[in-house]
Design a protein around this ligand. Sequence first.
Ligand SMILES: Nc1nc2c(ncn2[C@@H]2O[C@H](COP(=O)(O)OP(=O)(O)OP(=O)(O)O)[C@@H](O)[C@H]2O)c(=O)[nH]1
Ligand SMILES: [Mg+2]
Length: 218
Amino acid sequence: MRVELMQNLLGDNDTVAAENHQLFNANRVLALDFMGSPGSGKTSILERVVRALNDLRIQVIEGDVATANDARRIEEAGAEAFQINTGGACHLNAMMIRQAISQLDLTATDVLLIENVGNLVCPAAFHLGVHHRLIVSSVPEGDDKPEKYPVAFRGCQGVILNKTDLLDNVDFDTERFWSLCRQLQPEAVQFETSCPSGVGIARLCEWLRKQLSAPTTS
Ligand SMILES: Nc1nc2c(ncn2[C@@H]2O[C@H](COP(=O)(O)OP(=O)(O)OP(=O)(O)O)[C@@H](O)[C@H]2O)c(=O)[nH]1
Ligand SMILES: [Mg+2]
């Protein structure tokens, strides 16, 4: 596990994101950016995915303000993890990803999973060059999150509703949540997951495998 502290990085984000995208394509790496509120379950989902897809060569980049806790969890699940500590910044940017991937062997990677810093606002504004952006939203956060954070939900290719095991304990209208998601981004693929039991992870992994052979998008 390598840990880097990155701050005050310069560069035109979109230009570097486009270069990252070309690098992923040139090396046939499927890259995904997982965005969501702190504690929505991003790392828990990635742990499950890493365990389920152990026949693929997966690298994980973990973005956090501080600690290498999440990279450690991913390595325990069986994938290599590269921890970026932003030192205060509330999102990853394309330059941070560029620096991280320059230290990874992309030629020996099938899938790059990036966990963004827990936040539903700032990460949406900074493209990293991935093929798909997935939002992890969880039941205890409430069913109005798409409405309150429209930029993130409008700009994603998929939404994972996590912690569905808590639906009986929380006032959450699943229909309303998905309806709001569809209004903002009708194309986004929808998943429902629960990490303690693993419900929904197989479908997410099946979708991910299909993207390995699908034409790339930006
Ligand atoms: N009940 C329930 N708890 C979950 C589920 N997924 C994750 N959790 C719990 O939610 C808490 C936060 O999970 P993490 O996976 O660390 O969340 P995260 O989004 O990676 O958090 P940050 O990296 O801090 O933004 C942990 O206590 C998990 O055990 C779920 O599906 N159901
Ligand atoms: Mg995490």
